[in-house]
Design a protein. Structure first.
Length: 269
C-alpha cells in the first residue's frame, strides 16, 4: 500500500455547503463548510445520526449531486465546469455505489444486474460483458448463482450482487451507503471484509457511510457528521461511551483516530 505522501487525490471537496429552499422561503443548510480529500487506496468512514446529511455528502462525493456553494474536484478537475454528458461518463467509469437497499432490478437474474453497468461501455468491456460480470459474481462467491433471479436471493446474497455490480467496471472510488444496514451482524461483517479486500486489491478508495461503529472502525480515517459539520472522530471514545465498550477494536485502542489527519495534505505536512 502506498504511503500517505504518495497517494493521489481522487476527489476533493473544498468548503462545500448544501442547502435547500423551504416552502416558507427560508433556507435549510444540510452540509456546512465541508473540506475533505479522498485519495487512491484510502479508506474513510463517516458516522452520524439519521438526518445528519451523510447520504447527501456521499452523493456529492460521487458527483450525483452538486453543492450549493464550494467546489468539488475529481483528479484535479473541477466538476461544476464539466458538461453533463462528460460528468456522467466520468462517474460511470470511475465511481461504484453500494446502497443499503441493494437497488437490484426485480425479475432479472444476478448476472443481468451485474452486466447492467457494462451496457454503455466500449470495446472489450462491452463485447465481453457477460463473462466479465460472471467473473465478478464468482469473485464475490456467487458463481453458482448467476442465473438466479435477484428477488429470490437472500439478503446477504443480494448485497453481494450489489457489490459485484458496483465493482464490475473496476472503479477507483467506491462509495458505500450503510452497506450492512439491512444485514445481520455476521453477514454484514462478511460483506465489509469483501469490500475491504477488493478495494485493497485494486487500490481503490473506499468511503463508507454508517451508523455502526464496528463497520466504521475498519477504515483508516474516521469522521463524524453532526448537524452538517464534518469533523475527525475518535471512535475509541465512542466505543467507551456505548454498551460496546468491551469490544473496542484493538487498532482503535492502540491508535486513537483523533490522531489521524483530516486531509491528505495535513498528513503529508
Amino acid at each position: 500500500m502506498r504511503q500517505w505522501d504518495e497517494l493521489v487525490t481522487l476527489v476533493a471537496l473544498a468548503d462545500v455547503t448544501k442547502s435547500v429552499r423551504l416552502p416558507d422561503d427560508s433556507e435549510l443548510e444540510i452540509l456546512r463548510g465541508i473540506t475533505i480529500d479522498v485519495s487512491a487506496g484510502d479508506h474513510v468512514s463517516i458516522v452520524g445520526r439519521s438526518g445528519s446529511g451523510k447520504s447527501t455528502l456521499l452523493n456529492i462525493l460521487g458527483m450525483l449531486d452538486a453543492p450549493t456553494r464550494g467546489t468539488v474536484a475529481f483528479e484535479g478537475r473541477e466538476v461544476r465546469r464539466m458538461r453533463s454528458g462528460r460528468l456522467d461518463r466520468l462517474r460511470g467509469d470511475n465511481v461504484g455505489f453500494v446502497f443499503q437497499q441493494f437497488n437490484l432490478l426485480p425479475g432479472r437474474t444476478a448476472l443481468d444486474n451485474v452486466m447492467m453497468p457494462l451496457g454503455h461501455a466500449k470495446g472489450r468491456l462491452f463485447w465481453n460483458r457477460r463473462q466479465i460480470a460472471a467473473d465478478m459474481l464468482d469473485r464475490v462467491g456467487l458463481g453458482h448463482r448467476i442465473e438466479q433471479v435477484a428477488d429470490r436471493l437472500s439478503g446477504g446474497e443480494q448485497q453481494r450482487v450489489a457489490i459485484a455490480r458496483a465493482l464490475v467496471r473496476r472503479p477507483v472510488l467506491i462509495l458505500a451507503d450503510e452497506p450492512t444496514g439491512a444485514l445481520d451482524i455476521d453477514t454484514g461483517a462478511t460483506v465489509m471484509s469483501l469490500l475491504d479486500e477488493v478495494a485493497t486489491e485494486t487500490d481503490a478508495a473506499l468511503v463508507t457511510i454508517t451508523h455502526d461503529l464496528h463497520v466504521a472502525a475498519r477504515a483508516r480515517r474516521h469522521y463524524r457528521l453532526d448537524a452538517g459539520v464534518l469533523e475527525t472522530a475518535d471512535l475509541s471514545r465512542a466505543f467507551e461511551a456505548s454498551t460496546l465498550a468491551a469490544s473496542v477494536p484493538s487498532n482503535l485502542a492502540a491508535v486513537p483516530s483523533a490522531s489521524v489527519p483530516a486531509t491528505r495534505r495535513e498528513a503529508s505536512s
